[in-house]
Design a protein around this ligand. Structure first.
Ligand SMILES: [Zn+2]
Length: 91
């Protein structure tokens, strides 16, 4: 797990909004490609931020496996080591 908050806090939040913990676990275990630039496995699913979407920013504040960018490759991934986005097809 690569959580930004303590697991106990996540469990407390899950009691207030049931399903949250499950959603985070799914994000954590979802297969992600390694970075094609540096080979790092420290990558995240990338979402282009939307002003109307408040749930994804919330999820992204809990797990590093979801990364929000105002402008970037749609449907791509993010490498924490390179600090840049990439698509699965990129090589
Ligand atoms: Zn990289």
């Amino acid at each position: 797990m690569t959580l930004r908050i303590p697991l106990t806090e996540l469990q407390q939040r899950d009691r207030k909004s049931p399903g949250l913990l499950n959603k985070i676990i799914l994000l954590e275990h979802k297969p992600r490609p390694d970075c094609p630039h540096c080979g790092s496995g420290d990558t995240a699913k990338l979402y282009v931020g939307s002003l109307n979407d408040r749930y994804r920013p919330y999820l992204a504040s809990i797990t590093t496996r979801l990364k929000l960018r105002p402008n970037d490759v749609r449907g791509g991934y993010w490498c924490y080591r390179c600090s840049r986005g990439f698509t699965k097809e990129a090589s």
